[in-house]
Ligand binder design. Structure first.
Ligand code: C2R
Length: 160
């Protein structure tokens, strides 16, 4: 099996219906990934061991999704040099605004690449991960450009 270049983590199993959207582009481009539940709040030791070990495990990019008081992406970024792409998961009470605001306002010196709330944000997180990996990978760049071209040609001109 291919080495996982992307590590997808989420605060809860309940985030998976959103976070699985991050796998669409990765699957289309043949990029291997891992997926696991890691919570800054509920499994803090797991968060520390994951974040400290991610680079040694071979991950090159981390996608972290969480909802509500979403501290997972920022805390992960605090403990690794790998780029962390964040997905604010839609919450029931505040429709994901809590997730977004608790992720996006990172203090200077610790960066998180925050995407849109919900399914589209998760989809674009996978795309962004692919774009980062493609920087040093000519074959992947070609597959990515082909994927982009097929997306473009799939947009109809005519309105029905
Ligand atoms: N925001 C976090 C963190 C964290 O940031 O560490 N851990 C879990 N959660 C979030 O709690 C929400 C409700 O979780 P449950 O559905 O398990 O009650 C989820 O969206 C999860 O990401």
């Amino acid at each position: 099996m291919n080495k996982a270049r992307v590590a997808i983590i989420m605060g809860s199993q309940s985030d998976w219906p959103t976070m699985k959207n991050a796998t669409t582009v990765l699957d289309a481009l043949g990029i291997a990934y891992s997926k696991q539940v890691v919570s800054a709040h509920r499994t803090p030791e797991r968060l520390v061991s994951f974040s400290h070990g991610a680079a040694d495990e071979g991950s090159e990019v981390i996608i972290a999704g969480a909802g509500g008081a979403a501290h997972l992406p920022g805390m992960t970024a605090a403990m690794t040099h790998l780029p962390v792409i964040a997905v604010p998961v839609m919450s029931k009470a505040l429709k994901g605004m809590d997730s977004l605001l608790s992720i996006v306002q990172m203090p200077k010196g610790v960066a998180v690449a925050t995407q849109a709330i919900g399914d589209s944000g998760a989809f674009n997180a996978g795309l962004m991960a692919a774009q980062i990996l493609a920087l040093g990978d000519a074959e992947l760049t070609q597959r990515l450009c082909d994927w982009r071209a097929s997306q473009t040609s799939g947009v109809p001109l005519e309105v029905e």
